[in-house]
Design a protein around this ligand. Structure first.
Ligand SMILES: *[C@@H]1O[C@H](CO)[C@@H](O)[C@H](O)[C@H]1NC(C)=O
Ligand SMILES: *[C@@H]1O[C@H](CO)[C@@H](O)[C@H](O)[C@H]1NC(C)=O
Ligand SMILES: *[C@@H]1O[C@H](CO)[C@@H](O)[C@H](O)[C@H]1NC(C)=O
Ligand SMILES: *[C@@H]1O[C@H](CO)[C@@H](O)[C@H](O)[C@H]1NC(C)=O
Ligand SMILES: *[C@@H]1O[C@H](CO)[C@@H](O)[C@H](O)[C@H]1NC(C)=O
Ligand SMILES: *[C@@H]1O[C@H](CO)[C@@H](O)[C@H](O)[C@H]1NC(C)=O
Length: 553
């Protein structure tokens, strides 16, 4: 064998090895033991829900294309299910973790979630979606990092910190749930937590994070609370916004940021101030009584405690609206695939359907319910998706009981039923959220990212389309709607599955403000959707039914 051939052979072999390494996407394995445990985040002992003894739960740190395998042991005395807020679950609503797409894990049993994270570089969180469990904890950060090959539009930060902010109740999840089941609201929260704590401000607080002078850090902030929008700021420091729910944004500088329920962003903060402690501040927005949560950041060569003088919060809805309008997509930044984000010209696509959704609240048989277009969703024992897959949908729910354009009466009467909207696969759709209530709304959609093209005070009308941002709205998965206001989003329903659209306020979702969009894989093709795995535990009327014929190629 000539030396040239030998070299070629070696070259081929080494390429072969590399491609094997790249071809098999890495796996991240987790085992979670979910238990009750006593916690006292506001100084009052209460029943919390812990993951491996931790509150909040552990962070999941992943990279594009990682396979995530989480074996969850439910050691609570109630059925449990986790959802992965904002993770798009391509072709795989089976693992989305909503009562419409899978069975909860019975007490004393375990279930293994298995999903692959894709090209959505950014900050997310997971939480238990069942029975108000989130009020007990068991939520945690979930991040997706960019593959090394794909550039990110900012220098690598010195470190990367997850900051979970949220209002908090000292009542247990079960007493809050009882309150809701009896027909009452949860009432006001008792405080605000930052990563499960609230600094006392008496000089004894341990720092949540350290910063080395001169270095820049990434803070991933999510509102994991139950009721209120929050304003987040860091004493003495500004924040350079770099990411929102999986999109690279135009990098503006902010003194504070409004974070509505279910939303996440990343901001860069440089340690360029006098070395000492500084407070992170999160306080409730648009409430009569403001609640404040504090956390400490410490400079590594720090000389003393944080100043008790907190930066003052912004005031009013208009401030918040103006800030929301300042968030823009960076059109030239790389998407995870090697073409810039802005190469997806959503503004040039024709709308095939407009759905207007109006939220309402009223008593039904003396009990508080929340509704969308007059229908207050109730979960079914048989997951909607399973009923459809096994061909028994007609025994479990009816499609399209709400109209795309609700009548005025729809607000005066509320019907309780599973709320499932039939949405044609791959269509480009406009959804208008109109909020006639006095409280702010935050909406979250599973399975997709969408473009919020407008948020405005007043009522929507077709001529409002003239003012849509059809150029650089941020692709994201939540949108908030101010009191007496509306918001418009646009998206392509290019992910087959059964997808939950819900109020990001757990109380409202629990009492019916949610629905499912059934994006059916009519061709039953594996190209469009994975099949249900044979060994998946079943519940409800599909238990014991024969598996339907396999999907075609
Ligand atoms: C989970 O934690 C509980 C309480 O600490 C313990 O009794 C149980 O053995 C643990 N289960 C697993 C599967 O680790
Ligand atoms: C997260 O994962 C990335 C990529 O593997 C790694 O570079 C980084 O150090 C990890 N961060 C933490 C906090 O574990
Ligand atoms: C439950 O945990 C065991 C032990 O780790 C594992 O072998 C099994 O596959 C798990 N069962 C499910 C349904 O995930
Ligand atoms: C947008 O991304 C590009 C490409 O990474 C970067 O050079 C630019 O600074 C970013 N622009 C803004 C305004 O953030
Ligand atoms: C959108 O609709 C307009 C008017 O019906 C039509 O002229 C145009 O070709 C359509 N564009 C696309 C991209 O389909
Ligand atoms: C959903 O809508 C499509 C398109 O209009 C229609 O073909 C299909 O039959 C509908 N499916 C159901 C279950 O109503």
């Amino acid at each position: 064998m000539g030396s040239m051939t030998m070299k070629l052979l070696l070259l081929c072999l080494s390429i072969g090895v590399i491609s094997v390494v790249h071809g098999e996407d890495p796996y991240l394995f987790f085992t979670w033991n979910v238990t009750y445990g006593t916690i006292s985040p506001l100084g009052v002992p209460q029943q919390g829900i812990l993951i491996n003894g931790e509150f909040p739960g552990p962070n999941i740190n992943s990279t594009t294309n990682n396979n995530i395998v989480i074996n969850v042991f439910n050691n609570l005395d109630e059925p449990l299910m986790f959802t992965w807020n904002g993770i798009q679950q391509k072709k795989n609503s089976w693992q989305d973790g909503t009562p419409g797409t899978m069975c909860p894990i019975p007490p004393g049993q375990n279930y293994t979630y298995h999903f692959q994270v894709k090209d959505q570089i950014g900050s997310y969180f997971y939480y238990p979606i069942t029975a108000m469990h989130r009020a007990g904890g068991a939520f945690g950060g979930l991040r997706i990092n960019s593959r090394l090959l794909i550039p990110v539009p900012y220098a690598d930060p010195e470190d990367d910190y997850t900051v979970l902010i949220g209002d908090w109740y000292t009542k247990s999840h079960s007493s809050l749930r009882k309150q809701l089941d009896m027909g009452r609201s949860m009432g006001r929260p008792d405080g605000v937590l930052i990563n499960g704590k609230n600094a006392k401000g008496d000089g004894t607080d341990e720092p949540l994070f350290n910063m080395t002078p001169g270095k820049t850090y990434k803070f991933r902030v999510c509102n994991v609370g139950l009721k209120n929008s929050l304003n987040f700021r860091i004493q003495g420091h500004t924040m350079k916004l770099v990411e929102m729910e999986g999109s690279h944004v135009v990098q503006n500088i902010y003194e504070s940021l409004d974070v509505h329920l279910g939303q996440c962003f990343s901001a860069l903060v440089t340690a360029d101030k006098e070395p000492m402690d500084y407070y992170m501040v999160a306080d409730t927005r648009f409430t009569k009584t403001m609640l404040t949560g504090l956390g400490i950041i410490r400079y590594t060569n720090g000389k003393g405690p944080a100043s008790p003088e907190l930066p003052s919060p912004p005031v009013g809805l208009a401030w918040s609206l103006n800030q929301a309008r300042s968030f823009r997509w960076n059109l030239t930044a790389s998407a995870a695939r090697p073409n810039p984000q802005g190469s997806y010209h959503y503004g040039a696509i024709n709308i095939t359907r407009t759905i207007k959704l109006v939220n309402s609240a009223r008593k039904v048989d003396g009990k508080l319910r929340y509704a969308i277009n007059g229908v207050s969703h109730i979960d079914t024992e048989t997951p909607l998706k399973y009923a459809q897959y096994f061909g028994v949908a007609d025994k479990v729910f009816k499609y399209d009981i709400i109209k795309d354009e609700p009548s005025a009466e729809a607000e005066d009467k509320i019907t309780l039923a599973p709320n499932v909207v039939n949405q044609t696969y791959r269509d480009f759709v406009e959804i208008i959220f109109e909020n006639h209530e006095k409280s702010i709304q935050s909406w979250h959609l599973d399975g997709f990212a969408f473009f919020p093209t407008a948020i405005e005070f007043g009522r929507w009308a077709p001529e409002k389309r003239r003012n849509y941002n059809l150029l650089d709205a941020i692709s994201r998965h939540t949108v908030h709607v101010y009191p007496g206001s509306w918001a418009a989003i646009m998206l392509t329903f290019d992910n087959a599955g059964m997808w939950n659209l819900r109020s990001a306020q757990p109380e409202r979702a629990y009492l019916g403000q949610q629905l499912y969009l059934s994006v059916e894989n009519v061709a039953r093709s594996l190209r469009d959707e994975y099949m249900l795995l044979d060994q998946t535990p079943l519940c409800g009327i599909v238990k014991g039914l024969p598996q339907p014929p396999p999907y075609g190629p």
